[in-house]
Structures are given as C-alpha cells and as structure tokens.
Design a binder for this molecule. Structure first.
Ligand code: ACO
Length: 326
C-alpha cells in the first residue's frame, strides 16, 4: 500500500506573462491550449536530487519511519543530476538511508506509475518492508527557452511515497497495474544528444540538441487514446466501471488531454483531479503532486478507489489501481 505522500516544488514561479516576454506567445494561448498558468522553476545549482530529498524526507516522516527503515529507493526521472551516479544513490546519501539499495527508472512521464508498480512487487514478494518511490524532474534543465512550442509546457517538482506491506487493519492496497511501451513513438518526444549516440560536442550544442524535441500533436493523440485504453483495460479486468472510481489521477501534460480521455471514459469531472494550472508538466512528479492536491482539498480520503494513469516519452504507458490507505 501507499503509506504516505509528500511533495516539493521550488519556490520560484514563472507565469505565462513571463513567457510572453521571452518568446512569441500569450497568456491566453497557453491557458487555452494547455490549461497552464504558472510553473515552478529551480534556481541555478538546484538539482533533481535536491527536490527529491525534500519530498523523500517528509514522506518517510509521515509514514512514521526513519530513513534507516527504507530498504529500496526508486527515483523516476529523465533529468538525473548527472549521467552517473544515479539519482537514487544521491538521494540515499542525502537522506541517510543507510540500509537501502536502489536505482533510477527512466520512463519519462510514466516513471511514477512504473516505479509504484516495481516497488509494490518488491514489497509483495516479501523481499522488502519499505520502499521509497520518488518522482522528480528538473525539466528546466533540458528545455529550450527559445522554443515556444515546448518551453511553456514544463515545470520542476518532486513527489515521494512510501510503499509498504498492508497490515490487517490497513484499508490501503495496490490492487492491479498495467504497463506498455511503444518504442515506435520515440521520435515524437526525445532529447537527441548527450547520450552514447550523440555525445556532447560543440556541434550538438550549436544545433540545440540537448533540449526536448516534440511533435506535440502526435503525442497529444497518443496520450488521449492510450490513457483511455489502459484505464478501461485495468477497470474491466477488475470488474469495475469508470463510475466506480472515487478519483482518477492522470499524468498532467495538458488539460485537454485529460478532459478528452476522461470524457471518453465517461468519468464525471468531479472525480478527475487537474492541477496543471499551477505546476505545468513536471514529468515524473505530476501524479504525486496531483494526489497531494487531492488529499489537501479533501477530495481523496482513506478507502477511496483510485486509478492512476500515465503516458510519456518512449512511448511509455501505465495505470495503477489502488485503494487509498490514509
Ligand atoms: N504560443 C503561441 N503559439 C504557439 C505556441 C505558443 N506557446 N506553441 C505553438 N504555437 C503555435 C504553433 O506554432 C502553430 O502555429 P502555426 O499554425 O502558425 O504553425 C499553432 O500554435 C498550432 O500549433 P499546434 O502544435 O497545432 O497546437 P496544438 O493545439 O497541438 O497545441 C501543444 C500544442 C500544446 C504542444 C499540444 O500539441 C500538446 O499539448 N501536446 C501534448 C504534448 C505534451 O504535453 N507533451 C509532454 C510530455 S508527454 C506527455 O506528457 C504525454
């Protein structure tokens, strides 16, 4: 079960009007096409492990545990502090989780659903008692602030949950999951340089290849179709209808993607959490940030049936069905 949740966003905010001063765009266009008003951005020198640490420390405390109780750390991110060591090692050291092992999980916007599934299987097998799942990204480190079609979409942030075995008195459960990849979608959303194919060079920098490149419409259509498809599959397998859900928590890439997919599923909008307005797309952090807003707003309570759904670069697709435990 998910035993606790905590999130962290850096204090500095970039509004749509700030972007209108940087590129050829307007507050109206961004709000109408994406649903985003503002996003949080780190100051220079603040990295993914710093955001992840803040969320992790609070999540462990809220679970009534200490860092020494954590057996496994999975950090979902596409913006590691550096190529290696992995961000899980950096977080482990920063929080002092002396008994944990761990690794990074690169599934872009599906990293949180993938990591929750992976952690729950490690707990379910009996191998471990407590896993820390962190979804954290500093998207501002790979965004081209001269490209109006991508720069307005993303923000920085982190979320963390502790996944533990459910006791007899716990109502929380991770009930089911489903994941897919479709590598044919790679060219629709990627960062071309910086890896082994195109190591950094003056040429890759001159060509601006160390930034996110995206075919927005292809990603949009795939996200709507797959969010609906994978959600329906998990629900049907569990004998559930969309109306049985108490809350639907999608990855937050675009308000219109979420509204189209949930409209096709027939989920009432009162059961759909959309908080992209304040954070933009924080990649691995959107789902915990949305869960946190749902908890704080009284829209997510102990015993609620929740479906998490995500689509991300790769393409990666995920859904996790769970009963909320606190
Ligand atoms: N301000 C003003 N105009 C803009 C901006 C901007 N910030 N960005 C693009 N435009 C222009 C385009 O240049 C284009 O102009 P043109 O017609 O003169 O060529 C026009 O707006 C329409 O562009 P489209 O790409 O057709 O706009 P669309 O309605 O598809 O919206 C968007 C673009 C918001 C990127 C949308 O496709 C989208 O959200 N796609 C999903 C991508 C996404 O969220 N990816 C994130 C990660 S993956 C994931 O999370 C699922």
């Amino acid at each position: 079960m998910i035993r606790s949740l905590a999130t962290y966003v850096p204090p500095r905010v970039l509004t749509n009007d700030d972007f209108a001063r940087m590129v050829d765009t307007t507050n109206e266009w961004i709000l109408q096409r994406t649903g985003i008003r503002e996003r949080h951005i780190v100051d220079a020198g603040v990295a993914t492990s710093d955001l992840g640490k803040e969320a992790a420390v609070r999540a462990i405390e809220r679970a009534g545990l200490t860092p020494d109780d954590i057996d496994l750390i999975i950090v979902g991110t596409v913006t590691p502090d550096m190529m290696f060591p992995c961000t899980a090692c950096l977080v482990q050291n920063k929080i002092g989780a002396h008994h944990a092992w761990g690794f990074d999980l690169n599934a872009a916007c599906s990293a949180f659903t993938y990591a929750v599934t992976t952690a729950s299987q490690m707990i379910g097998s009996g191998a471990h008692d407590h896993a820390l799942v962190v979804g954290a990204d500093v998207m501002s480190s790979i965004i081209d602030y001269k490209d109006r079609s991508t720069c307005v979409l993303f923000g920085d942030g982190a979320g963390a949950v502790v996944v533990s075995a459910a006791g007899e008195d716990d109502v929380g459960r991770i009930l089911d999951f489903e994941h897919e990849i479709d590598g044919a979608g790679g060219p629709a959303l990627y960062m071309p340089a910086g890896g082994s194919l195109r190591p950094p060079s003056h040429q890759t920098i001159d060509l601006r290849l160390h930034y996110v490149k995206q075919d927005g419409q292809t990603v949009f259509k795939f996200a709507v179709r797959k969010t609906e498809e994978i959600s329906r599959r998990v629900l049907e397998r569990n004998g559930l209808k969309p109306s049985d859900l108490d809350l639907f928590v999608s990855h937050q890439a675009n308000r219109r993607i979420i509204q189209s997919a949930t409209g096709k599923l027939g989920i009432d909008e009162s059961k759909v959490i959309i908080n992209i307005e304040r954070f933009g797309n924080t990649t691995a952090a959107t789902i915990p940030l949305a869960l946190n807003d749902a908890v704080c707003g009284g829209r997510l309570k102990k015993g609620d049936l929740v479906l998490l759904a995500s689509v991300g670069a790769g393409f990666t697709v995920g859904a996790v069905l769970l009963r909320w435990g606190f």
